[in-house]
Ligand binder design. Structure first.
Ligand code: 4NP
Length: 164
């Protein structure tokens, strides 16, 4: 795992199915980090705590909502979290408390990275969840994007400040 201030930091976004929230966070943050010129500093991925959708592209509703804001999720494919992720990623961000508890149960005792909620990086939203939009309407996917964009801006500031 790179030390603070070294050339690259690994960031993993995690939800339940890896077809709605975490691929949205992956696509939005990748887009923002590339635009900011920090793409070379960061290695980004996403996964799910469950394996039901492994190998599948993001939910069509998530992809459509993201595309309307200029984010391309088309190349992403779902996968389940693995033990190796704790070796490879310095910052592992869960979408909700249930995802976070699952990750805490999987993390090795000597994991030295940061395991937190994504919205801990969104001003005024620390401790809050990104609600699961899977069983709801289109509005839920827009809400995911609003929350993910807010957190991504906060996370981008951390990367720029601590890992450049
Ligand atoms: P995600 O949403 O965790 O944001 O990808 C879900 C996707 C699928 C299911 C639940 C949540 N599912 O039950 O299949």
């Amino acid at each position: 795992m790179p030390e603070q201030g070294s050339a690259s930091v690994g960031i993993l976004f995690v939800c339940l199915g890896n077809i709605c929230r975490s691929p949205t966070a992956h696509g939005v943050f990748q887009h923002k980090i590339n635009l900011a010129g920090f793409g070379h500093l960061v290695s980004i991925d996403s996964c799910g705590t469950g394996d039901w959708h492994a190998g599948k592209p993001p939910d069509a509703r998530a992809s459509a909502a993201a595309a309307l804001r200029g984010y391309d999720l088309s190349k992403l494919r779902a996968r389940q979290v693995t033990a190796r992720d704790f070796d490879q990623f310095d910052i592992i961000l869960a979408m909700d408390e249930s995802n976070l508890e699952d990750l805490q149960g999987l993390a090795p005792a000597d994991y030295r990275g940061q395991l937190a909620l994504l919205l801990d990086f969104a001003p005024g939203l620390s401790g809050r969840a990104v609600p699961d939009p899977y069983y709801g309407g289109e509005h839920g996917f827009d809400e995911v994007l609003d929350l993910v964009e807010a957190a991504s801006d906060g996370l981008l500031e951390v990367v720029a400040r601590e890992h450049r």
